[in-house]
Design a protein around this ligand. Structure first.
Ligand code: NYM
Length: 209
């Protein structure tokens, strides 16, 4: 049986990294193979350029950085797909939804933003960690990178909500770490309890979404 492809999305400092780590423990406790991935992956040569942009040391046009974020997904998708097909449950911290939400929040056309990621692997489940601005601003390190200001983040949140489709579950991320994880696990268990899964497909944004 193939693995599940689960994505966690949200604004900056929504708690995605902590929650992905806890979710991996949940899989391991059930003797299921589980690996974590993260976008942007800052370790590749494209990722190093993205990192310089995010830290403010390299200027790039809005279109150019958007294409780099997308290319960073395309350069890694074969390896992610083969893991899922080989039975590894994959939990991915940010994906194409972040790409479209962050760039369209700058005023670029959302359909253009989505088009670069069209045909990527479609997740089985997208867990959107929804936080109020008040909660976000209290989180550690808020304000350290490009994009990390409340006004921009609230635009990003609005754009995220435009991207919801049938694979999405909205998680109230303002609760405690344990409460948020419990809500996440409920959705994951529903999938884990299925006897079989439809084949994973490279059809993200190829339908009517
Ligand atoms: N980001 C992330 C984008 O603008 N586009 C993308 O496609 C992705 C994957 O990068 N502010 C933004 C969101 C974050 C920043 O993410 C880095 P993280 O999760 O803090 O490493």
């Amino acid at each position: 049986m193939r693995g599940l492809f689960i994505v966690l999305e949200g604004c900056d400092r929504a708690g995605k990294t902590t929650q992905t780590q806890l979710l991996q423990k949940f899989f391991h406790a059930r003797d299921r193979k589980c690996e974590l991935a993260k976008f942007p992956d800052r370790t590749t040569s494209l990722g190093i350029t993205i990192n310089s942009y995010l830290q403010g040391s390299q200027a790039l046009s809005d279109q150019a950085i958007h294409l780099l974020f997308s290319a960073n997904r395309w350069e890694l998708i074969d390896s992610l797909e083969s893991k899922v097909k080989n039975g590894v449950n994959l939990i991915v911290d940010r994906y194409a939804y972040s790409g479209a939400a962050f760039t369209s929040a700058k005023g670029l056309d959302i359909d253009w933003c989505k088009s670069c990621d069209k045909g990527l692997l479609k997740p089985d489940l997208v867990l959107f960690l929804d936080t109020s601005n008040k909660t976000m601003s209290k989180r550690e390190d808020f304000g350290a990178e490009v994009y990390e200001n409340l006004e921009f983040q609230s635009k990003v949140r609005e754009q995220f909500h435009l991207l919801k489709d049938d694979s999405w579950k909205i998680i109230n991320a303002s609760g405690t770490i344990e409460e948020v994880q419990a809500e996440i696990q409920t959705h994951v268990l529903t999938l884990l309890n299925q006897d079989s899964y439809a084949p994973i497909q490279r059809n993200l944004w190829c339908g009517n979404e």
